[in-house]
Design a protein around this ligand. Sequence first.
Ligand code: ZN
Length: 298
Amino acid sequence: MTNRTVTRILDHKCELGECPVWDELRRRLVWVDILQGNIHEWYVDDQSHVVTKFPIKIGSFALTDSSLLIAASSIGFVTLDLVGNRVVALDDPEHDLPNNRFNDGKCDPKGRFWAGTMDEVNGVQGAGALYRLDPNGKSAKEIPNVTCSNGLVWSQDSKTMYYIDSYDQNVKAYDYDLAEGKIANGRTVIEIPREDGIPDGMTSDGEGMLWIALWGGGKVVRYDPRYGRKLDEISLPVSQVTSCVFGGANFNDLFITTASVGLSKEEILTQPHAGSLFMARNVCNGGKPASRWQSERS
Ligand code: ZN
């Protein structure tokens, strides 16, 4: 295990920072403060920080080829226009479940957007699901009975999808049919000990290893999904670590989002930077560009 230092990138503290996405074209890190409905952009070249507020909770999003983002929100799948500050509703598969909202999401290598839900009011076990949004703007339920839908990663050969339902304390793998966007043969490949924290968002590096943020665990851990073995970890000065992504010029800087929600007043005093965006430099053979949403109309 290496002892790496993390840097806090800017002063802003999110309530529930999540879904860090590196945009290699505009050299910016984009992330969301879910409960505030804020999309954050941090531009590496001039260090500028832009916040765009929307009147909905935004669980996750992905880049597109335009200035729009595709997002999963408290009103279902939407597009967000950061320039005109506009929300356009697409499909809302859980409009009949008012306690549910969308949480983490990501595009598969073909640009389909996958995102899942959770009961954010009572945390009812199995109340959520994982959905796939197709280019025509229609969604399909792919995994039912999810409790807290979180991290998604596709393997480098696109043949495997990795998925975290935080409640299960594990990472599951599914065979992935890239042509159809279908999953099969779900099995557990990594078990996270409860005392290490709760698995949340994740990303992968150039060697196909998974980097998993541990909520309540104050760290990001690197696992080999072939053997379920822990290889490395990066500690943070805050406990609520939510997600991570590789970015920077060589895709080897790890950006890490965190949260302050759920902490007591006493904990906030000992974790004054809870909710900040952190970065660990030159972590390893880095990741790859994020897949972008491919709409039928674009
Ligand atoms: Zn999450």
